[in-house]
Design a protein around this ligand. Structure first.
Ligand code: PLP
Length: 350
């Protein structure tokens, strides 16, 4: 089949999943969005196989499909929104854990029947969602009205000051109420060290959970992505091509490959040739970068090639200099994909 294909070495991928899961006690696999390129259902199945008791989803709308293949608890990572009907309904579900990120929302939930299961989010230096550390003491008043499952602390990706921040916020949270700490983006060793430190010398470590998506699912070594060559045309310098009828800066080949914006394929390194002078230089030198072409994620004959114009929808036009031997129609060429934003046509397991 022609299109964009994700090829997976299933055995190797599962080995990787096992290795990560074993290295991260209390792992909460995160399943959301496009399912990191694999799809939500597949990741739900793998999480069940790994023996996880809880998985995380991004949005309330993802709960149903995940639950079809995963029998345990599901924590919704985005903050509870009282205006969303589905989110309100799911708080009555005993296998769903709701993330609460505002004091007022906690008050609302605590006032309802049924004591919903909640984790309370602490605002970190991400400045995304959560209750400010200074306000955490106010949380205590509402906890009797919910089933409190712990605190969530979502840290930024960079390492500088991460441990100190995790420790400071965890202490502030635990001073309000004891509970499990649900971390994101704190490496396993640091999480374990912090759990011991917070537990104190003579006590057990405090209970922790770690929510992991990318590190668990996306293993470079066990996957490759390719795109089918759909057409090849010879083109002369000065001729025009594409939606925008750009002038081609050199003799060569237009290679039409599967994959475009509808697959999440974008430009890697857009360059600009905004001025007439730049375009003139580009034309004189045959320089593709100077001509304002953007580097594409497609590799042909061992090298990343330039888009003739920004990709659109289902296919892309890539330029290959004339001295190169063009690929055959139907041939597969490597394409680099960010799987979290990609939609592939076919997933092939071997
Ligand atoms: C998406 C998400 C994760 C997983 O992020 P990765 O970088 O893919 O591991 C973890 N925690 C929260 C709160 C998230 O929203």
């Amino acid at each position: 089949m022609s299109g964009v294909t994700l090829r997976l070495n299933g055995e190797r991928w599962r080995e990787h999943l096992l290795t990560v899961a074993e290295a991260i006690p209390g792992i909460v696999p995160v399943i959301k969005g496009n399912g990191y390129g694999f799809g939500l259902r597949r990741l739900a199945e793998e999480s069940a196989t790994l023996g996880a008791d809880t998985v995380g989803v991004g949005m309330p709308s993802e709960v149903d499909v995940v639950r079809e293949a995963f029998p345990g608890d599901v924590v919704i990572l985005s903050p509870w929104d009282p205006s969303a009907e589905l989110a309100r309904k799911l708080t009555a579900d005993s296998s769903v854990i709701t993330t609460v990120s505002r004091l007022h929302d906690l008050e609302l939930l605590a006032g309802r029947d049924g004591r919903p299961r909640v984790v309370v989010e602490v605002l970190t230096s991400m400045q995304r969602h959560g209750i400010r550390p200074d306000d955490l003491a106010q949380v205590a008043a509402w906890l009797p009205g919910v089933r409190f499952e712990g605190w969530t602390i979502h840290l930024p990706l960079h390492a500088d000051g991460r441990y100190a921040e995790a420790e400071r916020l965890a202490r502030a949270a635990l001073a309000t109420a004891p509970g499990t700490l649900w971390f994101s983006h704190l490496p396993a060793e640091e999480t374990a060290a912090l759990a011991r430190q917070l537990g104190g010398a003579d006590a057990d470590p405090v209970p922790v959970r770690q929510r992991v998506g990318t590190r668990l699912w996306l293993d470079r070594a066990s996957r490759s992505t390719t795109a089918t060559v759909l057409d090849v045309h010879e083109i002369k310098r000065g001729e025009r091509a594409g939606y925008r009828q750009r002038v081609c800066p050199a003799d060569g080949w237009i290679v039409v490959v599967a994959g475009g914006t509808s697959h999440g394929i974008g430009m890697e390194a857009p360059t600009s040739a905004k001025t007439v002078r730049h375009r003139a230089i580009a034309f004189a030198t045959g320089s593709l970068a100077a001509a304002g072409l953007a580097l594409s994620p497609y590799t042909i004959n061992g090298k990343k090639r330039w888009f003739l114009e920004p990709p659109h929808m289902q296919s892309s036009q890539v330029f290959l200099p004339h001295k190169e031997r063009p690929p055959r129609i139907g041939q597969e060429v490597p394409v680099e994909l960010r799987l979290t934003t990609a939609t592939v046509d076919c997933i092939a397991w071997n």
